[in-house]
Design a protein around this ligand. Structure first.
Ligand SMILES: Nc1ncnc2c1ncn2[C@@H]1O[C@H](COP(=O)(O)OP(=O)(O)O)[C@@H](O)[C@H]1O
Ligand SMILES: [Mg+2]
Length: 398
């Protein structure tokens, strides 16, 4: 039998309570969380993923699921909010995210199909406005979603995202490089698109963006290379812990058309060289074809590319090892255990792998605070946990 709600213990560290307003299919929700495993059970399309997405969107300042912020507002609503109380020992902090649809004035009688309203977002800490970049990493999060199970085999984008979400939380300098790189890439791409459509060559005009692209692109590469060199050995150790076989796992950062280096000057020179060579191709395709947005991270198992030679079981275990490594790395660098958001992945794992994952994540103090969703009960054996039922945008503690 589960304890009544008043008896729910608060976490020592992590998310103590959560409130949602007009977020996805939640009109209004108020929820208290416990330490360790918080299990959210519900049928399909009830709001389990939406709940985890709300937490991730607040703590990462962006949704991990969509780049269209408007999708996060409940249909028909013009305003949405996510509020959370986070605790650490006797400290507590209230974080809030507000999303508001802003209709640009002067657009005449609104035709929503023509000019989609902008979404204004504000974040605050204990009632004071706070810049998203100052919020990132304060309460670190590690995500594990069903798509991640294909991480080894999927296209490079998923692997780049994994690295960038970690960097954004752990390394402020790298987070800034990522933002600057994305900005210059976007500007450069829109110029290339125009040159491509209108014809003609404008190397001078293009060159004004090249310096920034090379500078920040090299910054991103150096940061990712350094991260992979730290994360890789942690993943290899986790792989050895959780696999029966003695598979040797390696992770390598692979810059497109260059060699990995953690020296910025070298990285800049290499990027400049490949950029010069790509000039004709860039005009022909109307987009930037070299740089960290084309890079990859390779998994190597027993000296072979895991993507093409690993069995499905080995690939899955490598993914679990990566997630364990992420949790440990965040613990080491930031000095705090991340909140773990596991969406529907445990049911995808066989019982042995599930147990190994949960076992490897547990520390002396027990499991890190985890929000896990699933559609069936009984996946957790004897592990101590709080259970909630999710139904049509409501969540009830059991
Ligand atoms: N902006 C929104 N407003 C209202 N409902 C939404 C919105 N976005 C998604 N939904 C609804 O949320 C439900 C899916 O919730 P989700 O959390 O993905 O389900 P699951 O419990 O399977 O993880 C669907 O019924 C979908 O129609
Ligand atoms: Mg779901």
């Amino acid at each position: 039998m589960s304890p009544p709600e008043e008896a729910l213990p608060s976490p020592e560290e992590g998310l103590a309570s959560l409130r949602l307003f007009n977020f996805r299919n939640y009109a209004e929700l108020s929820l208290r969380l416990g330490p360790g495993l918080n299990v959210f059970v519900g049928e399909n399309a009830q709001g389990k993923t939406n709940l985890l997405e709300a937490v991730a969107t607040l703590l990462l300042t962006r949704s991990p699921r969509t780049t269209t912020a408007g999708e996060l507002l409940r249909w028909g609503a013009d305003e949405a909010a996510v509020d959370a109380v986070l605790v650490r020992g006797t400290l507590s902090e209230s974080l809030a995210l507000r999303l508001r649809r802003v209709r640009e004035p002067g657009a005449g009688p609104a035709d929503p199909a023509e000019s989609p309203p902008r979404i204004a977002r504000t974040t605050s800490s204990d009632g004071h406005p706070i810049a998203p970049r100052d919020l990132l990493g304060r309460w670190p999060v590690v995500l594990f979603w069903p798509d991640d199970l294909q991480l080894v085999k999927a296209g490079p984008e998923a692997r780049r995202r994994l690295l960038d979400v970690l960097l954004a939380q752990l390394d402020r300098g790298a987070a800034d490089e990522l933002v600057r790189y994305r900005r210059v890439l976007e500007q450069r791409n829109s110029l290339l698109r125009r040159l491509h459509l209108e014809g003609g060559d404008a190397p001078d005009h293009l060159r004004t963006f090249d310096d920034a692209l090379v500078l920040h692109g090299a910054g991103v590469r150096v940061a990712r290379t350094g991260l992979v060199r730290t994360l890789g050995p942690l993943a290899a150790a986790a792989m050895a812990e959780i696999s029966d076989a003695t598979d040797a796992l390696e992770m390598r950062y692979v810059p497109h058309g260059a060699t990995a280096t953690d020296n910025r000057e070298e990285a800049m020179a290499a990027l400049r060289r490949t950029l010069a060579r790509a000039h004709a191709e860039e005009l022909a395709r109307g987009t930037t074809v070299v740089g960290p947005h084309r890079d990859d991270m390779e998994y190597v198992l027993n000296d072979r590319a895991a993507r093409s030679t690993g069995s499905q079981g080995q690939q899955r275990t490598a993914v679990l090892a990566t997630k364990i490594a992420e949790v440990r790395l965040v613990g080491r660098v930031s000095g705090r255990m991340p909140l773990l958001l596991l969406d529907d992945v445990l049911s995808e794992l066989d019982p042995a792998r599930r147990e190994r994952l949960l076992g490897a994540l547990a520390t002396g103090a027990g499991a890190p605070q985890t929000m896990v969703t699933c559609s069936e009960e009984g996946l957790f054996g004897e592990r101590r946990s709080q259970h909630f039922v999710v139904r049509q945008g409501t969540v009830l503690a059991r």
